[in-house]
Design a protein around this ligand. Sequence first.
Ligand code: NAI
Ligand code: MG
Length: 348
Amino acid sequence: MKNYNIAVVPGDGIGNEIVPEGYRVLEAVAKKYDFNLTSEVFDWGAGYYLKHNKFLPEDGLEKLKAFDAVYFGSVGLPEVDDTLPAKDYTFKVRTNFNQYVNYRPVRTYPGVQRPLRTEKHIDFVIVRENTEGEFVQVGSQYLPDSENGMGVDTSIFTRKGIERVAHYAFKLARKRRHKVTHITKSNTLINSLTYWDRVIKEVATQYPDVEHDQMYIDNSTASFVLKPEVFDVVLTTNLFGDILSDLGGAVMGSLGLGGSGNINPEKDFPSMFEPIHGSAPDIAGENIANPYGQIWSAAIMLEHLGETEAANNIMEAIDKSTSEGVLTKDLGGTASTSDVADAVIKNL
Ligand code: NAI
Ligand code: MG
């Protein structure tokens, strides 16, 4: 029997509620599809930082390397400096494990009210560059306390970094509706993003069967709302992708609906699967957080591990559950976090 060894990192806030529920779904689907799961839970994050002055132990990354995948919630607490969660955990894992693709699908959930008027089916994937761009944290502050104080952050776009994520996006489009829209702002960021455009266009010539167009980030936010059905694969930078994926969550009906994968396509390192949102401290501890995005992330993880049938089964069970009206408070329902997992497990 196949076995997958999963590192489970619930993190902080609602991560501690939705990750165990998502894992329960994983265990149920594993039983049905005859594979085995082993796991170890790591209590890393901002809570761990309060006790140990770091988000994860020195050998944390080394430990994670031994696993087939990381099933993650999110990190961050109001009482901890909020520049640390990304720097000391999320980016650390993403960059050290070459998880250069952030795969963030957006789709229609049956039975879920969306804020948009359109009845059209929405089904696209945001492919966010996940290791460089605006988030490299190269920069400095100069005399921040003086009246001449200044702060600088540099964005870095490398040929290698753009090519590899672009190839991923075009290959993904070949398995979907054969269209890539790349998001840019090269009319004003005339060095970094004209280079981004140029390298993507070079890659595009290798995929003549895939339609390719480009759109500015400002226009794309409007298009997400006004005509989301035109998108298939949306290829975008680290910062733009971060923002667009929350908008994608909103377009679906709630931030709690978005699942994602931080993917190392070469499988040299484990990939990490997490919902698109944060630790939502404002609703933590009440068993009301929406776990659908976390459960969807489990399906994306299984797909990555090669358990496609099990992944599809989770998605069908999610759809059945939302159509039956099993909806959490953010979706206008009364179901608790665990009610949702119960329903998904029953519907597998
Ligand atoms: P957030 O995504 O945690 O919450 C934004 C709003 O959406 C809140 O009102 C929250 O209640 C709601 N929400 C989010 N997920 C939900 C769910 N599953 N069900 C129902 N409602 C949900 O973003 P925020 O407030 O900006 O950040 C909170 C903390 O999370 C911060 O410390 C931030 O740094 C951290 N964060 C961590 C991330 C990660 O670990 N990958 C990603 C984003 C934020
Ligand atoms: Mg974000």
